[in-house]
Ligand binder design. Structure first.
Ligand code: GLN
Ligand code: ZN
Length: 763
């Protein structure tokens, strides 16, 4: 019999119970005992839901109060010295201090979990002599599940992925040393699982889908052979997010009992793996997409499962989601106001669990056993294929006519630079901001009331116009050179555009954990994207009408809109992106026609789409760059295109950033003390660039001197004529009491630089 399994269920609760509990605990509103109970309730719901749906193997250890990588650090006792840990069991307060920092010690670093929007807490390796099992969480949870009559399959992050995701913080410490120190702890964990009556353990090794060195490969072979010898517990090694690529044979031949593969993001590996699976090995097929919200094609999934059965035999086949459902919203049933037709195309975690059970049932009992469900599934897929709400012939036709000329500015940058200098007559080191100003409680209240229908359109417009006027006057007053309207009308830089475009749907409870208690609710791109009418023009036109200084129109770029949404799986990403690009292109033209001739197109997510395997980068970057340019290039040479990027590594895609050919790019750099600029300098980045001088993620107010020091650093690697002066990112999360002095210092710093610079020029 094939086995119905899961790799992980969302831990946040259908109504964000985890967020409520942890945040209340942080504010001292509930006790630790109440927090623990809240966690227990979520786990119990999740387990029983999966059991009732018919899953045979139910993950335990997927729940976390903050992050599962941090849980692993707690389990192994890998605690940085700055938290003054006494070496006893790790308490909730110590755990949260590592995640969020406390009065005396800053938080551990956080970074993106592979190519997802989930952020994990980066392990820090300072010493290895004190590592030891230091948390009973996973063992307690196994017991808890067993008490509820659940057959748990504990899930832990594998040793090589754990080390690979961490950072070494001590000289002389090597990854090899760390592995030698934690391997016995993993052995101990497995033995304890076994003693608790566990049959299977799921060890996640997503590092295996990345390009690893021969040394790491060898470490994989040795580690798993060693672990196998410690206990006769069955090991399911889980890989996901891409195909195994050049590590396929390595994974196939490790000393393990089962291998999980992602058939959704790694479809090409499936046949080879089925054909080459060693005898006696179980195969876990990730057939249901764990990171997107589309209903599965059950017929296709069953076919693939049956094909696998021919080589594994049914008892060695596990039916699974492609990856943990951590990345998917919890329950579609909560969406009472979502359009019924769109809803019929979707599946959230709870529905995905049902799909897994159905596929398994069909494999075990024949498709007749799920006849009614299969019919319903096929009907839904059929309407999705043909629905006029998805397929807009005009959009498809227009996209098919896109040509390379449309992605080229009329003149090259050198020519544009001159034309724009003559036209705008900006001083050296021009000052600007990234777009948003503080979103005050009043602004939020007005937006919410308008959305609910409690505030009439003209009253709302009036309120927003007042806000725009006040930020315009403020910027003039402190003498900023290029103004922004402040984005008061926007709840979110993607949702705002989604709401104004055709082809997007929105959920009420479709939350996904981004990090800790921060969740996002991405819009769903379900159909061909078009722009029924201008989206930002009235606000920007109004803002420009208030001032003689240039006003930047403010747009989110096509790549970012796409990657911060749930994406269609029924056409190539590049097609979806191109459609969004055309909609933004129209917005750019309308802004230009309305006299807004500086236009910023934000692309902070451009690196997010980067495939994991480097050999696929070029293809991605080619269409991503082309889509940005398609949105930006339909303008006159006099129109100045800005772009903005932040909070990711740009060094390795600098060529593509240059290829965007934006007249001006603003980029986050202050935290790294301008380190990021080295890439721009090495590459001799030709266009204008505003390296951020004000870290907007911190409440600290930088002084004039500090910002000047950063600008001088920038001058050392860039030409002064290239440099703009701006914060790292938008100011919407900050308060006015911080923003005012910081921006005033920023303008002073720019003016200082101007004087220095003209003195140098004169000399
Ligand atoms: N224009 C946006 C803002 O200022 C940019 C935000 C971002 O890069 N994340 O808020
Ligand atoms: Zn930003």
């Amino acid at each position: 019999m094939a086995i119905a399994t899961n790799l992980g269920f969302p831990r946040i609760g259908a109504k964000r119970e985890l967020k409520k509990a942890t945040e209340a605990y942080w504010k001292n509103q509930i006790s630790e005992a109440e927090l623990i109970t809240a966690g227990k309730d979520i786990r119990k719901n999740n387990w029983l839901l999966q059991k009732d749906a018919g899953l045979d193997h139910i993950p335990v250890g997927d729940f976390s109060f903050y992050d599962h990588v941090l849980d692993m650090s707690a389990l192994l006792g890998c605690v940085p010295a700055r938290y003054n840990w006494d070496g006893t069991a790790i308490t909730s307060d110590l755990y949260f201090a590592m995640a969020r920092g406390n009065q005396t010690a800053p938080a551990m670093e956080m970074t993106k979990w592979f190519n997802t929007n989930y952020h994990y807490i980066v392990p820090e390796f300072e010493r290895i002599d004190n590592l030891k099992l230091s948390s009973s969480k996973i063992f307690d949870e196994i017991q808890e599940a067993q008490d509820l009559g659940i057959t748990p399959r504990p899930v832990i992050l594998g040793p090589l992925s754990y080390i690979g995701l961490g950072k070494i913080k001590a000289a002389n410490l090597t990854k090899k040393d760390i592995l030698a120190a934690i391997k016995p702890l993993y052995g101990e964990i497995l033995k304890r699982f076994k003693a608790m009556g566990i049959e299977w353990v799921q060890i996640d090794e997503p590092l295996l889908i990345t390009d690893i060195s021969d040394e790491v490969r060898q470490a994989y072979r040795e580690t798993y052979a060693w672990l196998k010898a410690q206990s006769d517990i069955k090991i399911l090694l889980a890989t996901y997010f891409e195909d195994l690529g050049s590590n396929t044979d390595l994974a196939l031949n490790l000393d393990i009992d089962g291998l999980h593969i992602d058939t959704k993001r790694g479809p090409k590996q499936v046949d080879y793996i089925i054909d080459n699976l060693p005898k006696g090995r179980s195969l876990s097929l990730g057939l249901v997409d764990g990171r997107n919200i589309w209903r599965s094609d059950l017929t296709a999934a069953i076919e693939l499962a049956e094909k696998a059965v021919e080589s594994t035999g049914s008892s060695r086949l596990m039916i699974a989601p492609s990856c943990s459902m951590l990345h998917s919203p919890v329950d579609l049933d909560s969406e009472e106001t979502l359009d019924v037709e769109i809803k019929s195309w979707l599946a959230f975690a709870k529905q995905k669990v049902n799909e897994i059970a159905l596929i398994t049932k069909a494999v075990n009992e024949g498709v007749e056993a799920i006849e009614a469900e299969l019919k319903d599934n096929q009907a839904a897929l059929q309407t999705r294929k043909t629905s006029a709400r998805i397929h807009n012939p005009d959009v498809k036709k227009r996209a098919s006519k896109v040509n390379s000329e449309m992605s080229q500015r009329k003149s090259n940058f050198a020519a544009r630079e001159k034309i724009q200098a003559d036209l705008y007559k900006l001083p050296a080191f021009p000052t600007t901001t990234i777009g948003s100003f503080p979103q005050t409680a009043d602004i939020r209240a007005a937006r919410a009331a308008y959305k609910k229908g409690d505030l009439a359109r003209d009253r709302y417009v009036e309120t927003m116009r007042k806000e725009i006027e006040s930020v315009v006057r403020y910027q003039e007053e402190i003498d900023i050179d290029v103004l922004v309207h402040g984005e008061a009308e926007r709840n979110d830089m993607v949702e705002y555009f989604g709401e104004h475009l055709e082809g997007f749907a929105f959920t009420k409870f479709g939350w996904v954990q981004s990090y800790g208690s921060r969740y996002v609710k991405p819009p769903i791109i379900f159909g061909d994207v078009s722009r029924p009418k201008p989206m930002t023009v009235e606000w920007s036109r109004y803002a420009q009408s208030l001032t003689n200084r240039p006003m930047k129109g403010m747009l989110t770029g096509p790549v970012t809109i796409m990657f911060w949404s749930f994406i269609r799986d029924d056409q190539p990403l590049s097609d979806t992106c191109r459609q969004i690009a055309l909609a933004i292109r129209d917005e750019v033209s309308d802004l230009e026609a309305a006299g807004v001739t500086m236009i910023q197109i934000d692309e902070p997510a451009i690196r997010e789409g980067l495939p994991i395997h480097q050999d696929k980068w070029a293809a991605y970057l080619k269409w991503a760059v082309e889509c940005f340019k398609l949105s930006a290039c339909g303008v006159a040479d006099t129109t100045q295109i800005h772009t903005h990027m932040c909070y990711s590594e740009f060094n390795d895609i600098i060529e593509s950033i240059a290829a965007l050919d934006a007249d001006v790019i603003s980029i986050e750099t202050s935290r790294s003390q301008m380190e990021l600029l080295d890439a721009f300098a090495d590459y001799a980045y030709p266009n204008h660039i505003g390296p951020g001088v004000y870290d907007i993620h911190s409440p600290r107010i930088p002084s004039e001197e500090e910002m000047t020091a950063l600008l001088k650093k920038a001058c050392a690697v860039l030409k002064a004529e290239q440099i703009w002066v701006n914060p790292d990112c938008g100011l919407k999360t900050r308060g006015w009491e911080e923003v005012r002095p910081a921006l005033e210092n920023m303008v002073k710093s720019a003016k200082f630089m101007r004087r220095e610079y003209s003195a140098i020029k004169a000399a």
